[in-house]
Design a protein around this ligand. Structure first.
Ligand SMILES: Cc1cc2nc3c(=O)[nH]c(=O)nc-3n(C[C@H](O)[C@H](O)[C@H](O)COP(=O)(O)O)c2cc1C
Length: 211
């Protein structure tokens, strides 16, 4: 099994979303200790903005260049295509995904490679696979205590679905701005949710593997 871990927080290893994503990777490795993990750090300028040729290609009948952003895109799509599981660790920035994750999306959501456009609209070209998203947010965006809109989870669900990755599973640490007690409470709640989810996930995987 190959796991692609896309890391999107500018806070790197100190980040809450990175920590949560690594926990998910840890659970996946428990299920398959021989799994290969590919770490793709997109934060901190890890991915350049898309260039003019790439933008032109997205609206042309064929690619106008194989260089620049097209080359970066080839590499990132290759990583995604060869992964059996995708794990995205991301903070919420301004109600949605951070710009670094948006740049990764701009490179992997590519016409003729991961989706096509026809009279019926956009059709996905990627084989579906399991996707986990680990989100950290300063405030809360779901549940009774939410006091802000959430454009992150519906956006990611829509854009990943556009290329064929349906039904992502979200875990989150919300309320990191409310102090250490709130963080501890959020971590505890998420740990229980992870435990519960992966106890079922492991069983399901084993049943599948056993036929
Ligand atoms: C530019 C920026 C925008 C942010 N916007 C939001 C926001 O809209 N909603 C929110 O709950 N937290 C927001 N935050 C706070 C982060 O989501 C929070 O600090 C989170 O824990 C960061 O996750 P990380 O530790 O994985 O980087 C923002 C932080 C930054 C730097």
């Amino acid at each position: 099994m190959k796991i692609l871990h896309v890391s999107c927080s500018p806070r790197g290893h100190a980040s809450e979303s990175h920590r949560l994503a690594r926990k998910i990777v840890g659970y996946l490795l428990e299920g398959d200790p021989n799994a290969e993990v590919v770490d793709r750090v997109v934060a901190g300028g890890g991915i350049p903005p898309v260039d003019e040729d790439y933008a032109t290609s997205q609206q042309a009948a064929e690619d106008v260049s194989r260089e620049g952003s097209a080359r970066v895109s080839d590499e990132l799509i290759g990583e995604l295509e060869s992964a059996d599981v995708l794990v995205i660790g991301t903070p919420m920035h301004n109600y949605t995904v951070p710009s670094a994750l948006k740049l990764w999306i701009d490179h992997i959501a590519r016409v003729r490679r991961t989706f096509n456009v026809g009279p019926e609209g956009k059709t996905a070209l990627l084989r579906d696979r399991q996707v986990f998203v680990a989100v950290a947010s300063g405030g809360r965006f779901s549940g009774e205590r939410a006091r802000q809109p959430d454009f992150l989870t519906p956006y990611l669900t829509a854009i990943l679905g556009m290329i064929g990755l349906h039904d992502p599973t979200f875990f989150s640490i919300q309320g990191t701005a409310f102090g250490p007690e709130a963080v501890a409470e959020a971590r505890g709640r998420t740990d229980r949710a992870l435990q519960e989810y992966f106890s079922r996930y492991t069983v399901a995987t084993r049943q599948h593997a056993d036929g």
